[in-house]
Write a protein that binds this ligand. Structure first.
Ligand code: ADP
Ligand code: MG
Length: 212
């Protein structure tokens, strides 16, 4: 089983809907340890991507979908998250360019490329209390599930579960990157908003695959 542009588009549409539903909750997480705009930033970016998805041709590939998301996020989302997620989708696109369908290797490849893009751009390490702490467990879980021969839907499910566990794990930590790092110990007890939005996005990816 593999996933194609229909899945990629369904993923982004579902992400946009889920982010809209969770806009206030993401803002609240960011209010606790940042400036309260993460839900707003993500919602603006994903809503702006929707009309651009409508313009894609019937022969679009997953990479074409990711590229549209990347350029939209980079141009419409202010703050740290726009360039970080924009780079993630851009690197994801480049890693699977020309592939009409993504199998397990394709999924592991693009998830790894997305995470590496975020690290390249933001220079955060695991444990710094950022979205990387959700992405890296997701990449590791997807890679392991693929190596074990899991289906594409199962690989994405494992990635989503690991991303959420990674986001939850940030709660007791002090932040070492981004606005939350200014708070020192006051960041303890709060989940990182970017790690939470990553978990939401990867859950939407799994759900979109489960629908096919
Ligand atoms: P801003 O902090 O500019 O208001 P957002 O609120 O949209 O931007 O995004 C904040 C999120 O961005 C954080 O919760 C964190 O996950 C992520 N983030 C911030 N800096 C970095 C970084 N250097 N590397 C990875 N992620 C980061
Ligand atoms: Mg913010």
């Amino acid at each position: 089983m593999s996933v194609g542009a229909d899945w990629a588009e369904a993923w982004i549409r579902r992400s946009a809907a889920d982010i809209a539903l969770n806009r206030a909750a993401l803002n609240t997480l960011d209010r606790d340890i940042g400036d309260g705009d993460h839900g707003e930033n993500m919602d603006r970016g994903f809503q702006a991507a929707l009309p651009k998805l409508d313009e894609l041709s019937d022969t679009a590939t997953p990479a074409d979908v990711f590229k549209v998301v990347a350029t939209t996020l980079i141009s419409t989302v202010g703050g740290a998250a726009g360039p970080l997620y924009g780079t993630a989708f851009l690197k994801a696109a480049l890693s699977v360019v020309g592939q009409v369908e993504l199998d397990g290797n394709g999924l592991a490849t693009f998830l790894t490329a997305a995470r590496d893009g975020i690290v390249l751009r933001g220079k955060a390490e695991s444990g710094d209390k950022t979205m990387v702490d959700s992405w890296t467990p997701a990449v590791d879980a997807a890679t392991a599930a693929n190596a074990a021969g899991a289906s594409t839907a199962e690989i994405l499910r494992q990635a989503a579960d690991a991303a959420l566990a990674g986001a939850v794990a940030t709660e007791p930590w002090v932040a070492r990157k981004g606005r939350a790092s200014y708070l020192g110990e006051r960041a303890i007890g709060h989940r990182d908003p970017g790690a939470e939005s990553t978990a939401l996005l990867l859950r939407a990816a799994a759900e979109a695959a489960g629908q096919e």
